[in-house]
Write a protein that binds this ligand. Structure first.
Ligand code: SAM
Ligand code: SF4
Ligand code: SF4
Length: 344
């Protein structure tokens, strides 16, 4: 089987494949304006049908190929809201049995963690990134589109703490919507000891009415925090880390900023994304994914699947965040996959 090992495979821009993100559902119990605006993702929205979604066995098979043949060591489970997928801990258990998987993380809105954190941890989940955009119920309720209360997510965070899961917090910052929450959130999560990562509002998909003027830039986020609690930059933990890290001076407490819009990090992007329906996306802003479901269901051998994956990664030249300005300048229309389909 040695000739099937593609660990050193590089894409067209010399980037290896290291990180696989697996979306397990396109459904969600929130309707965040920046992701699944309720006007578009309403009761008649054509969500995937059961037989269109990859089964646990199919996800396992693909994940194992990525780990065994391409050197992927980290898996991240996402959605939609991943915990809405029934029996998710069974999948986590299956994935954690793959030799070579060093880390299984999950991105979640936290609302269902109170019920499931313990089982997920027991099944092999190591870490959760919990999304929370505000500590103010009025702001948060509007942003999540369903009036969900902050307390619901905070209970999820407590459950994750009790279960012994590693925790990070994601906060999307939208100008004119929640930038006033940057300092309260930074103080709150510093005290709790959980790294908070600020995410610039991104132009993912075609539904969220994104406009450059609504982006609260990394530079401003850093200045806001530094003026109240001085911070200094620190080195990345590893090549390809998405967040730029900072430390509160004189302590080991840290924050991060994910600046896809104002400070692109495509040159080290080593992530592939598998959608719930089995399409592989080589960029968060891609127009199309590569279908793996049909080859899987029509009986491709492991060797054929590996060759297909190698061709996909070997042909990859995505760097949308670097090219974004030229798209915007030329006012080029571009169809993009929705965030809720590939999970960020
Ligand atoms: N439902 C889960 C959650 O919200 O954590 C997982 C999926 S969600 C698509 C993954 C991450 O993408 C979340 O942290 C969310 O805040 C972020 N996100 C969604 N739309 C975004 C946008 N337009 N700009 C920046 N981040 C976004
Ligand atoms: Fe759901 Fe997450 Fe998208 Fe919000 S960001 S609508 S919680 S998938
Ligand atoms: Fe990776 Fe695409 Fe994001 Fe660049 S824009 S960092 S290539 S996902």
């Amino acid at each position: 089987m040695k000739e099937l090992n593609h660990e050193s495979l590089l894409d067209k821009l010399n980037r290896p494949l290291r990180d696989l993100r697996i979306s397990v559902t396109d459904k969600c119990n929130f309707r965040c304006q920046y992701c699944m605006p309720a006007e578009i993702f309403g009761p008649d929205f054509p969500f995937l049908k059961k037989n269109e979604v990859l089964s646990f066995e199919e996800i396992y098979k693909l994940a194992k190929l990525f780990v065994d043949s391409f050197g992927v060591k980290k898996l991240r489970i996402t959605g939609g809201e991943p915990i809405m997928r029934k029996e998710l801990s069974t999948l986590i258990q299956m994935l954690s049995s793959i030799k070579g998987v060093e880390d299984i993380a999950m991105t979640t809105n936290g609302s269902l963690l109170s019920k499931h954190a313990k089982d997920l941890k027991k099944a092999g989940l190591s870490r959760v990134t919990i999304s929370l955009d505000s500590l103010n119920n009025e702001i948060f309720g509007k942003m999540n589109g369903r009036g969900v209360k902050v307390e619901e997510v905070l209970s999820g965070i407590s459950a994750a703490e009790e279960a012994g899961l590693g925790i990070k917090i994601n906060m999307v910052v939208q100008k004119g919507v929640n930038e006033t929450e940057i300092i309260p959130m930074a103080k709150f999560f510093r005290k709790k000891g959980h790294p908070l990562r600020f995410i610039e509002f991104m132009d993912v998909g075609n539904s969220n009415q994104w406009n450059l003027k609504d982006v609260y830039p990394k530079k401003q986020i850093i200045e806001d925090i530094h003026s109240v609690m001085p911070i200094e930059p620190i080195d990345p933990n590893y090549t390809g880390e998405v967040a730029t890290r900072y430390r509160y001076i004189g302590s080991s407490d840290e924050i991060g900023v994910i600046s896809s819009v104002t400070d692109a990090f495509c040159s080290t992007c080593n992530r592939a994304r598998l959608s719930a329906e089995g399409k592989l996306f080589t960029c968060l802003f891609a127009s199309n994914g590569h279908d793996l479901r049909e080859p899987l269901r029509s009986g491709f051998s492991d060797k054929q699947l590996i060759n297909l994956l190698s061709t996909i990664w070997g042909s990859r030249n995505d760097q949308y965040s670097i090219d974004r300005n030229s798209y915007l300048k030329e006012n080029k229309k571009r169809e993009k996959i929705e965030m809720s389909q590939i999970g960020g």
